[in-house]
Unconditional design. Sequence first.
Length: 303
Amino acid sequence: MEFPENYFEGEERDGFYISSMMKKAWAAQIEVMEVVKGICKKHNLQLFADYGTMLGAVRHKGFIPWDDDIDLVMKRKDYEKFLTLADELPPKYRIINIYTEPEYTEMLTRVVNNTEISFDPEHLRQFHGCPYVVGVDIFPIDFISSNPQEDEMLSNLLMIVLGQAETIDTDMVSREEREWLVSQIEELCCTTIDRTKPIRRQLLMLGDKLCGMFSEEEANEITAMIKRTRRPKYRMDKSCYAYSIDMPFENTTVPVPVGYETSLRINYGANYMTPINKRASHDYPFYKAQEQIVKEKLGFVPV
């Protein structure tokens, strides 16, 4: 994609300073997003900007100044189809999730542009001078059963399975307790867990499958199941994600759900158009650890 040369100059937006390197990282992430958008368009898969990226599009027509990542969501069926299309990604791109990486524990998929920091001239040209590994986050969204008993059953199963996944392979759980917990989960979920393989990873995979238990046809509402385990009221009518509308985002557009106002109110409150906390998160910028690696190896930090 083409960006105006002055785009990469450091600047202040809404009282928050954005460095030149962060601008380059934004542009690099947009490049990855455009690849994802292209694959989804080719295969008729619905893709939505969500969370901070949706808020940024609606309120700022781009990134929230103190945000440093791109959040996308897909309905479960489309999400699973997308995961089968890794071979359509450009060279060096990679899909990262609990199925591809044994030690990965996040219940989402990252699409990244590389697996290592690169100062290769072609890489720097393609990603606007950003040498760091960058990507986008894709979260699955799922449907809530219209049967309250089924919905409660699934919520309870998820809390059990994902709760145990956090500690099952640690010293906090004895061998005897681990065996009892695993056997209980097997019975509850009518499944078999291989004791010769990492239990935690199997529980994460089981939790992921449970999230997609109900189809669109048997539901009236939609949610992000993992978020809902912490926020039971995180749910909205499925019509909110019936289709997307394009909104300006930096020098491109992002598809936001047609019911974006409802989603934003649920996520950020009724006054979502008014910035409240103009501070970056504790791990901002996302490339902080990579920056340190470059400094230790090369003795300087790229700007």
